[in-house]
Ligand binder design. Structure first.
Ligand code: ZN
Length: 269
């Protein structure tokens, strides 16, 4: 049994919740996906009782600051802990070439002291190409290009203890990615806002969508469980209730609109 720990649920400019990122805990460690926009990731990990040494692998979807700057804090802290002998082993970070280049540049130029060297190579930036497979903590995933028109971005799909989990990154499903998401047991999908707030937020102009659109997509794909995140943050107190109600109009499976730090159980039971 593994836990899906939702560390953040907000869009880039959210201030009432953290930027979207999550962790899968189990199988002897933690697989961390994105890290939000800064140092807050360290507090989130502490709150979830995840130590830096627990993180055995990472995946970074794209190089927008609300996803990648927190990764710099993980690298900085893990690098120091590895060098001082507090963390054993390696930390592979799976990402596409643009993320790898951005992380490499920031590590070379933004971190203090020239001796930074990915803990002697133990922190590994591992490039994945569209359709490449990778494994983490006994889970096998396939990375795929979501065909963002804003910035190159990858999602991933794979098997988590008999359940097919698909992460679409922070944009709606692009038709060319359908084969990865079809029949997913759990689909992690962005929704910027409710349909009634479309005029206010104009999600489509930002390559985002509404809750109803995500629900229709999930229904069409025959998804078992739909998880909605990467939202606007104007009414977090009622978000779960309002977004769930809208998603129910089009999707008959289980719907999760997590708050930050909510935990879901993964895997066939
Ligand atoms: Zn984002």
């Amino acid at each position: 049994m593994r836990d899906l720990i939702i560390l953040g649920t907000g869009f880039a400019q959210a201030t009432r919740c953290y930027n979207t990122c999550f962790a899968i805990r189990g199988g002897g460690g933690v697989f961390l996906v994105d890290a939000g926009g800064g140092n807050e990731i360290l507090r989130r990990l502490e709150a979830a009782q995840i130590s830096l040494g627990d993180i055995k692998a990472m995946f970074v979807t794209h190089a927008h600051i609300d996803h990648i700057l927190g990764v710099m804090w993980i690298i900085r802290m893990v690098n120091a802990a590895m060098k001082s002998g507090k963390i054993e082993g390696e930390l592979p970070i799976y990402c596409h070439n643009e993320v790898r280049d951005a992380l490499q540049y920031m590590c070379d130029n933004l971190l203090a002291n020239g001796s930074f060297g990915f803990a002697g190579g133990r922190i590994k930036l591992i490039e994945v190409k569209d359709g490449d497979s990778f494994s983490a903590l006994g889970m096998d995933f396939t990375a795929f290009d979501i065909f963002s028109t804003k910035k190159k971005q990858f999602g991933f799909a794979g098997d988590v203890d008999g359940e097919r989990l698909v992460c679409l990154g922070d944009e709606p499903l692009e038709p060319r990615c359908r084969r990865y998401a079809q029949g997913a047991d759990i689909l992690m999908c962005e929704s910027f806002c409710l349909t009634r707030d479309e005029g206010k937020y104009k999600p489509h102009s930002k390559s985002h969508g509404t809750v109803l659109e995500a629900a229709r997509t999930a229904q069409d794909l025959g998804v078992g469980r739909l998880l909605i995140y990467h939202t606007e943050d104007s009414d977090i107190a009622h978000r779960k209730e309002n977004y769930t109600a809208e998603a129910q109009q089009a999707f008959s499976g289980r719907i999760y609109v997590p708050d930050d730090m909510d935990v879901l159980q993964l895997g066939r039971r």
